[in-house]
Design a protein around this ligand. Sequence first.
Ligand SMILES: [Fe+2]
Length: 333
Amino acid sequence: MNTSSTAGADRSSDAVASTDVEQAEREVRRVLAFQLGTTTRSELDDAAASLRGRVSALLGDPSAEEGKTHGGSADRGLLLETGCVPADEIAVVSNGAALHPDRHRTAGRTDPAKLRSLYEDGHTIRLGNLQRVVPFLADVSRSIQQETGYSNYLHAFVTPPGRQGLLHHWDQQMAVIVQITGSKRWQLWRPMFPSPMREYQESFRVWDPGFIPRWEAMGPDLEVDLRPGQSLLLPRGWVHNPHALDSEVRSIHLTFAIRERTPVWVAEKLVGGVIEKDAFRRVILPGDIGGHRLSQHVREVRQALVEHLAGLDVDDFAQSLHRAAVSEREYTT
Ligand SMILES: [Fe+2]
């Protein structure tokens, strides 16, 4: 689980069968070998260290010595102090609850003075989709997609010392978390649902008020303390409950949310190709939208689809699929 540090990782390791841990470790190594263009832990650490300096500078962290080298004064404080992040990409959260956007906007725009005040009151500031507004992060995001075929996006979380932004939840994609400043404890539980995806089995849609008390009573399956420059691969669906550890230093981390391709994606692309065939674009009359007539249409379309798929040149299709994988961005990216 923890790809560049073992701090805290074995605290509750007896709660997870060693084979699970080994399997997770293998999966992490397999994924990271291409995801970040690294094959060894030290290379990954180097990449995280480089990002750390530049992101610290970008967020105006006065302790970011590396930022003086990598970020330059033009970047200093850009995101928090100038309000350059688009208003609809900012969320302000505390103990799991998000504030109304008017609390950090003025006339619909990002208001850095309000953000600062909310931060000083203990709220976590989430700066979303930084790959859209920060060129070097756009490069990182693009590189990940070119290497993996996975579209992705990244958020920064700035949490005041000792505070908590989001509570227990799980996400619909894997994440690589890079700790920039301060330290954060990640309590982790195995997935409630296997491979949640898009809106299917999204945590808030299938939420049960008994979840958190049950997890708390069980204790986490893993607990990982991330320190500056360290990173964590959080597999899709794993429940997490992060909070800033240090009572003196704020926590800044980046989350690279990486959408794994799945058979659903392949299936959608396969079916999507039928638009090129005239027969699939014909009108179905209003009188046929219901009853046995509609059932008959379904039968005919299913048959036509089976024939279409059976006639596909799979290798040609795979080539076009690869081109789409490395270039297309999904709805959130
Ligand atoms: Fe999350």
